[in-house]
Design a protein around this ligand. Structure first.
Ligand code: NAD
Ligand code: UDX
Length: 479
């Protein structure tokens, strides 16, 4: 029986290995992590992450050919293929702080693999890493294990799943990418991993490249995706200024088959643990390779995203007579997108911090994010991409976290929709309007509510990139 071990039981390691175990019943898959609470949760009925369909997959194979364990060293030493899916966040201090990927976790995983290995292994980079990381990993592995005759082959196999749709993305990926060395040993390792995926992925969807292309393709794909969102968001500002409608523009543009219709939804800004981090990493790599123009091109994608979040918060304040001091504002949605409880880099953090700084009272509701997480996100100091520390506002008494949208909106002056949860589309807005202060505002950062219907009820509605109500047109410019 082939044995696979995955180091890192997070948003990628957990779902990826669960699907692999389900599709390859004759392979034993063990996911290991240094975090005991995380592993305990994977072994319980309440998994550590919310992902539609995941519970079902885990239930089908856990304790059959899928295992979760904190005994990292044993499982690594017993396996034939080791995936490394540890976190690779942006460095917060030292050289490259604010941009470069922090490879501390990766390096410690690699050193541990070298220490405990007594048999040859394929080591697979699943984490998103800077281009040429495989070279560094190879050095760590071979220099620390060269007396035992153990051979390591390094492969790059970046993951393209998106949160909220991870299980479907894993079942039917657009492509699986495998990068390896051109040597006979390297190609043998590529084939071994390809054979694993071939259990459920058609061969024509498995792309094999050299190591550096695979590593760079992951950063490139995320940069291209985020660039589309910043493009449509930049367009949304112009739509508001001119009376064009960003949904109509995006539709007209996206029907060009060379451009395509997906990923053109204007929003309050992109969030999530990957886009900003990976673009920053790309910028850093460009700078390190003496390519400042290429770096500044990608920087602009992040700048526009920051602009969009600021523009949204400014719009809220300026529409409400330029002050939100003491006013209750309902925040509907805190996760960075629907169908996940993940709040990493969610635009809600920036919008809430800005409103709290203007002395608003926030009542936050999200169907999947726990109060503890929201309070943590709003109280921890962070770094912006230019490595300026963003002070936490530290005024958490102005924030309450509630368990439904009706409580959040009761007696509120305004509502900000910051995540596109389906349930927000079917709220009883007449009831909500009755219970709000007047004039009652809705600021839709995701274009999910029916603005026409809401205006009929009596709301003043702001929708990203849509023609402005006369009320909003007459308020001071927020650009
Ligand atoms: P995560 O923080 O959810 O999980 C990482 C896990 O690794 C944590 O549980 C941590 O305890 C564990 N870990 C760290 N060092 C370890 C060590 N030495 N030994 C054992 N366990 C260790 O991160 P994630 O969201 O799963 O992302 C993992 C990687 O995948 C990152 O490089 C990320 O960029 C990439 N990625 C993420 C997504 C996504 O949607 N989240 C998608 C594609 C790629
Ligand atoms: C992303 C990539 O899509 C995925 O391939 C990669 O493996 C990890 O990073 P993820 O961050 O989970 O996935 O979600 P994604 O669906 O890409 O959304 C990222 C952010 O962009 C979210 O905040 C989302 O709301 C926003 N978004 C997305 C828009 O604002 N408009 C869009 O049209 C699409």
């Amino acid at each position: 029986m082939v044995k696979i071990c995955c180091i890192g039981a997070g948003y990628v390691g957990g779902p990826t290995m669960a699907v692999m175990a389900l599709k390859c019943p004759e392979i034993q898959v063990t996911v290991v992590d240094i975090s005991e609470p995380r592993i305990n949760a994977w072994n319980s009925d309440t998994l550590p992450i919310y992902e539609p369909g995941l519970d079902d997959v885990v239930k089908q194979c856990r304790d059959k050919n899928l295992f979760f364990s904190t005994d990292v060293e044993r499982h690594v030493s017993e396996s034939d293929i080791v995936f490394v899916s540890v976190n690779t966040p942006t460095k917060t201090q030292g050289l490259g702080a604010g941009k470069a990927a922090d490879l501390t976790y990766w390096e410690s995983a690699a050193r541990m693999i070298a220490d405990v290995s007594r048999s040859s292994k394929i080591v697979v980079e699943k984490s998103t890493v800077p281009v040429r990381t495989a070279e560094a990993i190879e050095k760590i592995l071979t220099h620390n294990n060269n007396s035992r005759g153990v051979e390591f082959q390094i492969l790059s196999n970046p993951e393209f799943l998106a949160e909220g749709t991870a299980i479907n993305d894993l079942y039917t990926p657009d492509r699986v990418l495998i990068g390896g060395r051109g040597s006979p040993g390297g190609q043998k390792a590529v084939k071994a991993l390809r054979d694993v995926y071939a259990h459920w992925v058609p061969l024509e969807r498995i792309i094999c490249t050299n190591l550096w292309s695979a590593e760079l393709s992951k950063l490139a794909a995320n940069a291209f995706l985020a660039q589309r969102i910043s493009s449509v968001n930049a367009m949304s500002a112009l739509c508001e200024a001119t009376g064009a409608d960003v949904s109509q523009v995006a539709h007209a543009v996206g029907t060009d088959s060379r451009i395509g219709p997906k990923f053109l939804n204007a929003s309050v800004g992109f969030g999530g643990s990957c886009f900003q981090k990976d673009i920053l990493n790309l910028i850093y790599i460009c700078e390190c390779n003496g390519l400042p123009e290429a770096a500044s091109y990608w920087k602009q994608v992040i700048k526009v995203n920051d602009y969009q979040k600021t523009r949204f918060a400014n719009r809220v304040v300026s529409s409400m007579f330029n002050t939100v001091s003491g006013k209750k504002i309902a925040i509907l949605g805190f996760a960075f997108k629907k169908d996940t409880g993940d709040t990493r880099e969610t635009p809600a953090i920036d919008v809430c911090n800005r409103l709290v700084a203007d002395m608003a009272k926030l009542s936050i509701y999200d169907p999947r994010v726990l109060e503890e997480q929201i309070r943590k996100d709003l109280s921890v100091a962070r770094f912006d991409w230019n490595h300026h520390q963003i002070k936490a506002e530290g005024m958490l008494e102005q924030v309450s976290v509630v368990s439904d949208a009706y409580v959040a909106t009761k007696d509120a002056h305004g509502i900000c929709v910051l995540t596109e949860w389906d349930e927000f589309k079917s709220l009883d807005f007449e009831r909500i309007f009755e219970n709000m202060r007047k004039p009652a505002f809705v600021f839709d950062g995701r274009n999910v509510v029916d603005a026409v219907k809401l205006r009929e009820i009596g709301f003043i509605v702001y929708s990203i990139g849509k023609p402005l109500d006369s009320w909003l047109r007459n308020m001071p410019s927020v650009a």
